[in-house]
Design a protein. Structure first.
Length: 188
């Protein structure tokens, strides 16, 4: 198989995949090809699709690669998918942010930070597969600990958790210099 035909196969796999594909997964599917050739095909596709004038681009999200639409086309895409857009309540976003930045975290710690019961919100986020149960904390009562999922990274278009904005970046965006200071929680 030539490099051009390998690139065509990789492009097809990325196009039909519902979730981002990692180089490992592509290598497992295309076992007769070298990993370096597969990586080169992905990089070539990124160069082609990430150029100006294309409606889609090849993004690196959640540890893999996936075709995404251009953000500047969002208004037109909303017309097509009207009613299908995932909406989050303020409480869901607050809880999700707390989990993303503080994971692994227990429900009691989430409720301490929010100041309200968060059981329903946590269940909703579990149902949407944006968070998952990581295990049980080794303290009396053995509470469940939560963390984000790959779906969370996909929904918010993040390469990894390190891509989350820092407190300084958030302050620059909001223009507020006096955001709440961190609360004393068990950092263990």
């Amino acid at each position: 198989m030539t490099a051009a035909s390998l690139k065509s196969v990789v492009e097809s796999l990325l196009f039909v995949s519902e979730a981002p594909l990692t180089i490992d997964r592509l290598s497992a599917i295309l076992e007769e090809h070298e990993r370096s050739d597969i990586r080169k095909a992905v990089e070539d596709l990124q160069d082609e699709y990430n150029g100006a004038g294309r409606g889609v681009f090849l993004a690196e999200v959640a540890g893999g690669y996936q075709f995404r639409t251009r953000p500047e086309n969002a208004d037109y895409l909303r017309r097509l998918t009207r009613g299908k857009i995932a909406k989050f309540s303020q409480s869901s976003l607050e809880t999700l942010a707390i989990i993303a930045y503080r994971q692994p975290i227990t429900r009691a710690e989430i409720e301490y930070l929010r100041g309200v019961d968060s059981g329903g919100v946590v269940k909703n986020l579990l149902d949407k597969k944006l968070i998952r149960i990581l295990g049980k904390k080794d303290i009396p009562g053995k509470p469940l600990i939560y963390g984000t999922t790959r779906d969370f990274l996909e929904v918010f278009n993040l390469k990894d958790l390190a891509s989350l904005p820092t407190l300084k970046e958030i302050q620059e965006l909001t223009g507020e210099d006096d955001l709440q200071c961190p609360l004393p929680l068990d950092e263990a």
